[in-house]
Design a protein around this ligand. Structure first.
Ligand code: 13P
Length: 255
């Protein structure tokens, strides 16, 4: 039987809270015309107001896929002012949604309860969660990197067990937006542990991917994507620079 990890590598752009109608239109046009970016293994996680612009490109057969950066923990539509449901994200053509990003954990105090509800809501609408885990610098320094990541996974394991496809993004908090990328040896070690854990905990899952995120740039993407334990990358800052992002997409093509 083939390994659940053997599928091609994903590249996910996380634009975070950046952009304008004009910029997003221009960027989506560039990505759609670039042969390395206009591919189904490339996903763009846009700010919610711009998802519909991406959907318009999808109607014109853009090759890349749409992702959202967040979803409501309320599974059903209703009187929840300001919230955006999983159903709405699916309705505007989203294929995947980031869950548990360290910025959501840090600034919005998202923990086990709310993250579990989000995973459940996504599963109901057949959206693929990109579940993010990662340790702080202090936790790494204290030798608690794996323990931290394992606990974040264990907290939602019952929900992951329900999914036909699981994508986990390892994003060490200290590497996000800092220019400090984890060493290849550290990435290799953490991903090996994550793969082992997922295989053990989710024996029935058909497709699994472990992505790396944290200061992925044009000049380090190739080496990171070359690691057999890395099934893709989640890119923040460098995805806003289309020249860099194209190079990262090109690096994923070689794999
Ligand atoms: P940077 O690539 O800017 O470090 O951000 C990583 C990230 O948070 C992607 O989700």
């Amino acid at each position: 039987m083939s390994s659940p990890f053997s599928a091609g590598k994903l590249v996910i752009a996380n634009w975070k809270m950046h952009g304008s109608v004009t910029q997003v239109r221009a960027a989506l046009s560039v990505l759609s015309q670039d042969s390395a970016c206009n591919q189904s293994h490339i996903m763009i996680a846009l700010p919610t107001p711009y998802l519909l612009l991406a959907n318009e490109w999808q109607q014109q057969q853009a090759g890349w896929q749409i992702a959202a950066q967040d979803v409501s923990s309320f599974a059903e539509d209703g009187a929840f002012t300001g919230e955006v449901s999983a159903r709405m994200l699916a309705d505007v053509g989203c294929r995947a949604v980031l869950v548990g990003h360290s910025e959501r954990r840090q600034y919005f105090a998202e923990g086990q309860q709310v993250l579990s509800k989000k995973l459940k809501a996504l599963a109901q609408h057949h959206l693929l969660p990109i579940f993010c885990v990662g340790e702080s610098f202090a936790q790494r320094e204290a030798g608690l990197a794996w323990q931290t990541v394992e606990q974040q996974l264990d907290e939602v394991m019952p929900l992951l067990k329900e999914l036909p496809q699981v994508v986990v993004a390892y994003e060490p908090v200290w590497a996000i937006g800092t220019g400090k990328v984890a060493s290849l040896a550290d990435v290799e070690e953490m991903h090996t542990q994550l793969q082992k854990k997922l295989l053990h905990s989710l024996p029935a899952c058909a497709t699994m991917r472990v992505l790396y995120g944290g200061s992925v740039k044009a000049d380090n993407a190739e080496a990171i994507l070359a690691l057999p334990q890395v099934d893709g990358v989640l890119v923040g800052g460098a995805s806003l620079d289309l020249g860099q992002f194209k190079k990262i997409c090109q690096a994923s093509e070689k794999r």
